[in-house]
Write a protein that binds this ligand. Structure first.
Ligand SMILES: NC(=O)c1ccc[n+]([C@@H]2O[C@H](COP(=O)([O-])OP(=O)(O)OC[C@H]3O[C@@H](n4cnc5c(N)ncnc54)[C@H](OP(=O)(O)O)[C@@H]3O)[C@@H](O)[C@H]2O)c1
Length: 305
């Protein structure tokens, strides 16, 4: 397929773009900068320059082009979000950005639209002892200061599903690690900026597996559906952090009590919450399974380079 990929120059884009090319698709990445163009072209894809927040500019940049699919991997999380306000720019990308990309998808004749969603749309905190399926409540959290994020994730998916003639698919990824994302953890650990908080259980996915699931969803996903994209092994944030520290021989992170993260409510919620998520639907419908069923194999593979 000829695929227009927003976010091709980002951390995940650097793993997803080669995976799409490898699967035989043609990729045109959207970026705002000459550096982004260079990064996209270095991967063997081509680039178009536009700010997705500027609809006229985006449509003008795509004038005369035809694509079969549009994929959004837009976020603005360069710095790990600590406070709720750190999510604001990403929330706007997930709403206005997705609306503009959908307008672009219509203009270029696309019939498939994939969007990056997130398991935090199920809520923040202790989400219970049973793995959540895609039928669970997804939307604004009852915790008021977190409501804006779930609202944006829900809206993002609604936009993806909204256009007759375009099969919209939402990929609810777990927390990314792997490849360039693991490298970011290593940097934080080296700088002594990633303490261990022994609480909670999180759902992770290696970027290579997030990419293979995205390719599978592009090729086989059903329109109007959301898919959880997580590995098989929920794990406390502290456990994966320690594994990365050991495998990459970084400084040993210090342990801090969970209450010490309270001044950073967003970080506190995702470190201390219980997020058990089922990947059964993605396995069954997409014929996908993670190459790295747990952080153990994934981190080990990263450390071997
Ligand atoms: N599920 C998860 O755990 C999850 C999800 C997302 C991100 N992350 C993590 O967060 C870190 C940063 O990732 P990130 O994806 O936020 O940042 P990133 O790696 O810089 O990627 C952001 C991408 O979005 C594009 N973009 C942003 N705003 C845009 C706009 N207005 N118009 C056009 N393109 C736009 C950027 O393109 P240009 O800058 O080239 O214009 C870039 O390709 C990574 O370590 C990643 O693993 C984790």
């Amino acid at each position: 397929m000829r695929v227009l990929l927003a976010g091709a120059s980002g951390v995940f884009g650097h793993v997803l773009t080669p995976a799409l090319l490898e699967a035989g698709h043609e990729v045109v990445g959207i970026t705002r900068s000459p550096d982004g163009v260079r990064a996209i072209e270095a991967m063997g894809a081509s680039a178009v320059v536009a700010d997705v927040m500027n609809r006229e500019q985006l449509l003008a940049a795509l004038e005369g082009q035809r694509f079969e699919a549009v994929i959004s991997q837009l976020t603005a999380l360069k710095k790990a979000p600590m406070r709720n306000k750190d999510m604001h720019v990403t929330n706007v990308l997930r709403t206005v950005g997705t609306e503009n990309l959908m307008a672009a998808a219509k203009a270029v004749g696309a019939t498939r639209f994939l969007t990056q969603s997130m398991i935090f749309g199920y809520g923040y905190g202790d989400l219970g002892p049973e793995p959540l399926t895609e039928d669970a409540y997804f939307g604004p959290s009852p915790r008021k200061s977190f409501a804006e994020h779930g609202e944006a994730m829900l809206r993002n998916e609604q936009i993806a599903f909204s256009e007759p003639g375009i099969d919209g698919i939402a990929l609810r990824y777990g927390l990314f690690y792997g490849g360039p994302a693991t490298a970011a953890y290593v940097e934080y650990l080296q700088a002594g900026k990633l303490p261990l908080v022994k609480a909670g259980t999180a759902a992770f996915v290696h970027l290579a597996d997030a990419a293979s699931a995205t390719v599978a969803a592009l090729e086989r996903g059903r329109g109007g559906q959301a898919y959880n994209i997580v590995d098989d092994t929920p794990v406390p944030f502290a456990t994966i952090t320690l594994q990365i520290a050991e495998e990459f021989h970084t400084k040993k992170p210090r342990t801090v009590p969970a209450w010490m993260t309270k001044p950073m409510p967003y970080l506190n919620a995702f470190i201390t919450g219980r997020y058990l998520v089922s990947n059964a639907k993605a396995k069954e419908e997409l014929g996908w399974k993670p190459q790295y069923p747990s952080y153990r194999e994934g981190v080990h593979a990263d450390a071997q380079g």
